[in-house]
Structures are given as structure tokens and as C-alpha cells.
Ligand binder design. Structure first.
Ligand SMILES: CC(C)(COP(=O)(O)OP(=O)(O)OC[C@H]1O[C@@H](n2cnc3c(N)ncnc32)[C@H](O)[C@@H]1OP(=O)(O)O)[C@@H](O)C(=O)NCCC(=O)NCCS
Length: 194
């Protein structure tokens, strides 16, 4: 049971679930919901050592990927998370952008991302993060979007900074990776930031 809020919600319940998960575009960049036909590319991305290094939750088969896509569809209806395939012009899936941990009452959510090796270094992650956060902080009405990355993940730190997520500090020993616990660097973009 959830007790009622004594303050008005930042985003009224039902706002997201009232419609389908949108496709977001910024120039040639198109963030679209996952399709069953993306399963092979999604699974292949998780064979990359860098993605495996920073993402400990992984699918083991295309069937598990499709279950994951179903989880994303449910999460949209439940207004808890959304996940997009990063593409150029709506084509092949080249990366994943997630807006998770949604709390509509407080207007906060958490971002996460990866890009397949062949598509890196072209601004895909930072442009996608900016596009999702522009939409979430603007049209939807979130107030604060947060992300964290291992203090050893310098590329992710750069992506966050380029997308306007300011550094806020370090949570010590906050996440378990394959080689042990890492300190996690926190960034956030709030409504009104650049
Ligand atoms: C981190 C990741 C998402 C970046 O994707 P991308 O599309 O290449 O990112 P962008 O092109 O938008 O920006 C990358 C920035 O990081 C910089 N960078 C890349 N490797 C770096 C490194 N080892 N140290 C410091 N900066 C680095 C790039 O130079 C670029 O910054 P610049 O434009 O100022 O030169 C991608 O490398 C990836 O998926 N890595 C594995 C998974 C991962 O780390 N996910 C994030 C977990 S928190």
C-alpha cells in the first residue's frame, strides 16, 4: 500500500501510460522503442568487453532479450521506466538509452546508456542523452534526471558532461562490478539547466 502524497505530484499518474512510448528525434538521430527484430543486435552488444565491464545485468540468449523487451513495454505501462534503441533515421539499433527509476510524484528518474563498439565516438550517446532529457524535463515534466557511473569510466563521465548533466559528487563503494566494488560518480540535469 502506498500512502497518499501531501504535495501535488510533479507529473500526474497516468500521464505516460495514456499513450504509447514515443519515438524521439533530433536531426538524424532517432530514438525508437525496441522491436523483436532488434534482439540479435542487442545480444551481440553484450558480447563487447566494455559493455560487459560496466553492465553486470546481461541477457544470455535472444529469448531473454525478447523477455527484456516485454519488461520494457510493461514498465512503460506501469510508468516506471522507458528504454529506446538509438538509431540513425530509425534504422538498425546501435545503442540503448534507458530512463528508469521513474518517480512521477517527485518528478525524478535515472538515465543509463551503452553504444555498440562500431558506433562509438560519433556523439551518439551524448546526443541521445540530451534528446531524452530534453523531452523528459520539457514535455513530460520531470524535474530532475540523475545518472551515475564508476569513477573509472571516463568516457561515461564525458558523455554525461556533454549532455548537460552536472557532477554532484561520489557515492563510495556504491556498485558491484566484475572486479569488485566501485565508487560511483553522480551527475544530474535539472529543469532549467542548459
Ligand atoms: C560510454 C559510451 C556510452 C560512449 O558512447 P559514444 O557514443 O562513443 O559517446 P560520445 O561519442 O557521445 O562521447 C564520448 C566521449 O567520451 C570520450 N572518451 C571516449 N573514451 C574515453 C576515455 N577512455 N577517457 C576519456 N574520455 C573518453 C570521447 O572522446 C568523447 O568525448 P569528446 O566528444 O569530448 O571527445 C560507450 O563508449 C559505451 O557504450 N561504453 C561501454 C558501456 C558504458 O560505459 N556505458 C555507460 C555505463 S555508466
Amino acid at each position: 500500500m502506498r500512502f497518499p502524497l501531501s504535495t501535488p505530484p510533479a507529473i500526474p499518474a497516468g500521464t505516460l501510460a495514456a499513450g504509447p512510448q514515443p519515438t524521439l528525434a533530433a536531426g538524424d538521430l532517432v530514438l525508437r522503442p525496441w522491436r523483436a527484430s532488434d534482439a540479435a543486435a542487442f545480444l551481440a552488444a553484450y558480447q563487447d568487453p566494455e559493455i560487459r565491464r560496466w553492465h553486470t545485468r546481461r541477457p544470455a540468449s535472444e529469448e531473454q532479450v525478447r523477455e527484456w523487451f516485454e519488461f520494457y513495454r510493461r514498465a512503460w505501462r506501469q510508468e516506471t521506466a522507458a528504454s529506446w534503441a538509438m538509431t540513425y533515421g530509425g534504422g538498425d539499433a546501435l545503442g540503448r538509452m534507458v530512463l528508469g527509476g521513474m518517480d512521477l510524484g517527485d518528478g525524478v528518474a535515472v538515465c543509463a546508456y551503452w553504444v555498440a563498439p562500431a558506433a562509438r565516438g560519433a556523439g551518439l550517446a551524448s546526443r541521445s542523452l540530451r534528446a531524452v532529457s530534453d523531452w523528459a524535463l520539457g514535455e513530460v515534466g520531470f524535474h530532475r534526471l540523475e545518472l551515475d557511473h564508476s569513477t573509472r569510466n571516463h568516457a561515461s563521465c564525458r558523455v554525461a558532461a556533454k549532455a548537460g548533466f552536472r557532477p554532484e559528487g561520489t557515492r563510495r563503494s556504491a556498485a558491484v562490478h566484475g572486479d569488485g566494488r566501485h565508487d560511483m560518480h553522480v551527475h544530474a540535469r535539472i529543469r532549467g539547466d542548459d
